[in-house]
Ligand binder design. Structure first.
Ligand code: GDP
Ligand code: MG
Length: 179
């Protein structure tokens, strides 16, 4: 029997940037999620968002008979950032989501990418979400704000949409395979 290859991918990004949505959209198995009701103060900042991930979301996507992607989404809140250390073992690439409607999300994405780079030599792709929202910053503005000294690839995606989510993941996979 052919040996199955498993690619572990980290999905990171600020609170509300679309990590849980992405795992739910892409996973072929019922994703393992650890959501809880969010507090009132968070609800005020993110109207409509009712839950937050407390530990991680995990999902699985089959690319070919012998190739599976395992997705691990870390919680976006600062106090859970230690999960990044635990989760990142054996991770081959990271998709860092950026909420286009929220400048603070860009800074957080930058910090996450920096932290990943300090710990690991893995490809990072920035995924810009919520570009359909009225108050979304332009791609150019986000690009400038990201600074992106390391020339990481930046792509738009809608984590609620399968095709655009898969495309973003395949871009990352390509970088991993080219390494
Ligand atoms: N309009 C729009 N909403 C999005 C997009 N991505 C995620 N959302 C919504 O944003 C909210 C937060 O997403 P969630 O996946 O919980 O974010 P997380 O905190 O990173 O896990 C949810 O209500 C999603 O449906 C997007 O590209 N466009
Ligand atoms: Mg979440």
């Amino acid at each position: 029997m052919q040996q199955k290859k498993i690619f572990k991918i980290l999905i990171a990004g600020s609170f509300g940037s679309g990590k849980t949505s992405l795992v739910r959209t892409l996973s072929e198995i019922e994703p393992l999620t650890t959501e809880k009701q969010i507090s009132n103060s968070q609800e005020r900042l993110f109207p409509g968002k009712k839950t937050t991930t407390v530990a991680l979301d995990m999902g699985k996507l089959k690319i070919a008979d012998d190739l599976e992607i395992h997705l691990f989404a870390t919680p976006g809140q600062e106090r859970f950032s230690f999960m990044l250390d635990i989760l990142s073992k054996g991770i081959l690439g990271a998709l860092v989501l950026v909420d286009a409607t929220n400048l603070a999300s860009i800074d957080e994405a930058k910090n996450i990418a920096k932290k990943i780079r300090e710990l690991y030599e893995i490809p990072i792709v920035y995924g810009i979400t919520k570009t359909d929202e009225e108050n979304a910053k332009s791609f150019e503005e986000i690009q400038i704000h990201l600074g992106n000294e390391d020339d990481a690839k930046i792509i738009k995606l809608d984590p609620r949409d399968f095709e655009s989510s898969k495309r973003a993941l395949l871009e990352l996979l390509k970088l991993i395979l080219e390494q």
